[in-house]
Design a binder for this molecule. Structure first.
Ligand SMILES: Nc1ncnc2c1ncn2[C@@H]1O[C@H](COP(=O)(O)OP(=O)(O)OP(=O)(O)O)[C@@H](O)[C@H]1O
Ligand SMILES: [Mg+2]
Length: 256
């Protein structure tokens, strides 16, 4: 049996007096799309930081496809196929769109550096293969015509899509996305939903933090709701939509 893509077991994180994440446990089945939702400050980004070991947890452990991640550097975790994109799009401003996408492949390049410097046939074929893959992904996202533009000149929505494409170049098995729909208009959000389903169809598991409920309801197999650092509900989108505890958590703080 395939182990779950992700298991969080008793994760907590304290920042001084703030318990940002408090004893959180959950399971993400392989090949699913799990949405992580919750009001601002609920602890969603902190949870991603704990999973990728960007921030060491105060307590708890994480397993990715059965393997304990404790003590591994973020780069080592990425090399195991756990790739994340950040809440604030981080494109390299001095590079073109295509160059930005190609940087995502650096954990996957097999030719040693000296061979690349000598520009061996293998390195050149690998580079050409990566370039084709980058162009295919950009085309699917409708960004190929912008491939040679400076990445920083793209609108924020396109920069967010670019960051997902860059993450895909690293050949993830598990992709963590932090608010990918932020700054996207309705058309771009619908394109993003299609993109997430296509990524899932490609066999990749997705965990997505998102405030856009139409996106969450449209793509998620499972929804986990955080409030003030704790999981307050887990279920299908339909179950979550009618859960009084969830409605209360949102209504209590926002006018939505
Ligand atoms: N490095 C830090 N130092 C101190 N407190 C922090 C730090 N990072 C996060 N926090 C606090 O932890 C809590 C959770 O923050 P987090 O960014 O994880 O929330 P979030 O659910 O991602 O919110 P948002 O929806 O606004 O992105 C907040 O109270 C925040 O102020
Ligand atoms: Mg956040």
């Amino acid at each position: 049996m395939t182990p779950p893509a992700l298991e969080a077991i008793g994760l907590s994180k304290r920042f001084g007096g703030v318990l940002a994440v408090s004893d959180i446990s959950f399971v993400v089945p392989a090949h699913s799309i799990t949405a992580l939702i919750g009001p601002n400050g609920a602890g969603k980004t902190t949870l991603f930081n704990l999973i990728t070991n960007l921030t060491p947890p105060t307590t708890g452990t994480v397993r990715c496809f059965g393997e304990l991640l404790a003590g591994l550097a973020p780069e080592a975790i990425a090399a195991r196929g756990l790739i994340r994109a950040f809440q604030t799009a981080r494109v390299f401003p001095g590079m073109t769109v295509l160059e930005n996408v190609l940087t995502g492949a650096h954990t996957r390049i097999r030719s040693p550096a000296w061979r690349q410097m000598l520009w061996s046939g293998a390195a050149r074929r690998e580079e050409q293969g990566l370039r084709r893959r980058a162009e295919t992904l950009l085309d699917l996202a409708g960004l190929l015509k912008l491939a040679d533009r400076p990445a920083s000149a793209l609108p924020m929505g396109a920069q967010k899509l670019l960051e997902i494409i860059r993450a895909l170049m690293a050949a993830p098995r598990l992709l963590l996305l932090d608010e990918p729909a932020a700054g996207l208009n309705d058309t771009e959000t619908a394109e993003l939903a299609d993109m997430l389903r296509a990524i899932q169809d490609g066999g990749i598991t997705i965990v997505v933090v998102e405030h856009n409920m139409s996106l969450v309801m449209g793509v998620a197999d499972q929804v986990i709701v955080l409030d003030a650092g704790s999981v307050i509900a887990t279920g299908t989108p339909a179950e979550i939509g009618r859960n009084p505890v969830v409605i209360e958590a949102y209504m209590g703080r926002e006018d939505a």
